[in-house]
Design a protein around this ligand. Structure first.
Ligand code: MN3
Length: 238
């Protein structure tokens, strides 16, 4: 089966990008409706900001376990298995009670980590164009990063810090506990950082603030800009 990777889409077939790149999390796999997408970089390529062992464990064990748990939960619910993940998460309250906590934790975890790997790259760059203007509108890039880092630092225990984006392009910063995501409120996520200890503890130990500051070096602004455009066009999924 042909796999269109993120970078091959960007590099070789720009016109295809709009219709394919946000569908990649939904490609069918033989083991279940949800699958772990291939990473677009090697485990050591985000060093020194994220170490290779953390990347390997985080991707191969943590994220894989969310995918496996999610597939297991929907195995007896073919109608739910066919739903796009963002719809499952936005309609958690309508899901069968017996699998609702699993959908929340593993479905949220799958959405969050799929987004997380996508928005990082060894080549970071800077916000450009309309995204840059939206960040300027929040008081500038430094203030934006500081507000995001503060929200991530203040999240007690495990969770995430996100930048949300609405269809008008307006940005917001919020943090969520565990694997919760603004997708559960029907919102769209532009980008986010994982502040579970498994994301940083090997290298940063208890210094979550240091991790949050260093993480910005890994953000793929070209890709985040594409997510921003997709959000405004109504095509951004997770
Ligand atoms: Mn994680």
């Amino acid at each position: 089966m042909l796999t269109i990777t993120r970078r091959s889409v960007i590099g070789g077939a720009g016109a295809l990008a709009a219709v394919t790149m946000f569908d990649r999390a939904w490609a069918q796999s033989s083991s279940g409706p949800f699958q772990l997408e291939p990473l677009e970089y090697d485990y050591d390529e985000l060093e020194p900001d994220i170490d290779a062992l953390t990347m390997k464990i985080h991707y191969e064990r943590h994220h894989q376990s969310y995918v496996d748990g999610l597939n297991k939960a929907v195995a007896d619910y073919p109608d739910i298995a066919k739903m796009p993940l963002q719809d499952i998460l936005a309609k958690l309250g309508e899901m069968p009670e017996s699998i609702r906590p699993v959908l929340r934790n593993f479905g949220g975890g799958h959405a969050n980590h799929t987004m997380f790997w996508e928005i990082m790259s060894p080549e970071s760059g800077k916000p450009q164009g309309e995204l840059k203007a939206a960040i300027e509108g929040m008081g500038g890039f430094d203030k934006f990063k500081e507000e995001f880092n503060n929200a991530g630092t203040k999240r007690f225990g495990s969770g995430w810090v996100f930048v949300t984006v609405d269809k008008s392009g307006k940005l917001g910063i919020e943090s969520c506990p565990n694997q919760d995501t603004p997708l559960m409120d029907g919102k769209r996520v532009l980008m986010g950082n994982d502040v579970w200890e498994h994301a940083y503890y090997l290298k940063y130990q208890n210094q979550r603030g240091d991790y949050l500051r260093a993480w910005w070096n890994t953000v793929d602004w070209d890709w985040v800009g594409k997510r921003y455009a997709a959000a405004k066009a109504g095509t951004l999924k997770i």
